[in-house]
Design a protein around this ligand. Structure first.
Ligand code: G1P
Length: 297
């Protein structure tokens, strides 16, 4: 029986400059998709996959994130007094167990690999998950849960993977496929943000990982890679060089890149339409907008 994955690292130190001016005072992860902050989607996905310890790698200016996960006694009391039970339940569903969250500061923006490495002392000799909250994945069975199940079968490192157009490959970590097994691919190499035309495939890494503790040891030795940053991809690729297994997992679900404005808008439409309480009104509005746009062309 493989060891259970019970810890997840959430790298949330990024400045979110693509969303300025919104991110001048609000952390990107608190930005709202319908009525929940991005980070709540990541936490819920992790919880459903059996994660019990949540490690946030933060930076200056991310205080709102810590407050978000704290209980709000005054607000709870006033909702209780007003008999607003539904709202109280919504609020309570965001509460985290005492001691379940840890915050680590990444003092310098040296890259994703460095952010994960900052959490090394909180991970002992066990596999752990990494979730990038910018990548929001709508799925019947949450993506991380699918991956935990896959990892139970294979062991080793498992990274979420998705086919992307070749011209977009330079924005991702790209897998060099050893054997395509359908939902799983075994991997013989990984390249972070390859120059267009040099990508070994069009199978891209998406922000969900199940990693072995060796990756943290590799991160200690990794030099700056693509974009001058310490790359997580390079530390995982080292695993392969060291003779350990790495798999890509083609998850079932739809991924939204909420690190980009277009992706965030698409997610808003998709998640809005998925909500029973909003769907009819929203769909009608969207149809009207599309007709108006088409008429104007
Ligand atoms: C990060 C990873 C990259 C991965 C991507 C998925 O890149 O470094 O390997 O493909 O997330 O979203 P970033 O988007 O932070 O530049």
């Amino acid at each position: 029986m493989k060891r259970k994955v019970t810890k997840a690292i959430f790298p949330v130190a990024g400045m979110g400059t693509r969303f300025l001016p919104a991110t001048k005072s609000v952390p990107k992860e608190i930005m709202t998709l319908v009525d929940r902050p991005l980070i709540q989607y990541a936490i819920d996905e992790a919880r459903e996959a059996g994660i019990k310890e949540f490690i946030f790698v933060t930076s200056r200016g991310k205080g709102a994130l810590e407050d978000y996960f704290d209980i709000a006694p005054t607000l709870e009391a006033s909702l209780r007094k007003a008999g607003k039970r539904e709202l109280l339940e919504i609020l309570k569903s965001t509460n985290m167990e005492s001691g379940a969250i840890a915050y680590i500061r990444q003092h310098k923006a040296l890259g994703l690999g460095h952010a994960v490495w900052c959490a090394r002392r909180l991970i002992s000799n066990e596999p752990f998950a990494v979730i990038l909250p910018d990548d929001v994945i709508a799925a019947e069975k949450p993506c991380l849960q699918q991956m935990v199940e896959a990892h139970q079968e294979t062991g080793g490192c498992v990274v979420a993977a998705m086919e992307v157009p070749h011209e977009k490959a330079s924005s991702y970590g790209i897998l060099d496929i050893k054997e395509d097994l359908g939902a799983m691919v075994s991997v013989k190499g990984m390249v972070e943000k390859p120059k267009t035309g040099t990508e070994p495939s069009n199978l891209a890494v998406i922000g969900r990982y199940i990693l072995t503790p060796h990756v943290l040891r590799n991160l200690t030795k990794i030099k700056q890679g693509a974009g001058g940053e310490i790359q997580l991809t390079d530390a995982i690729a080292k695993e392969i060089e060291q003779g350990r297994d790495v798999y890509g997992y083609r998850f079932r679900g739809q991924r939204f890149d909420c690190g980009s404005k277009a992706g965030f808008l698409q997610a808003t439409v998709a998640f809005g339409l998925a909500r029973e309480d909003l769907r009819d009104e929203f769909l009608q509005y969207l149809n009207e907008m599309v007709s108006l746009q088409q008429a104007a062309q």
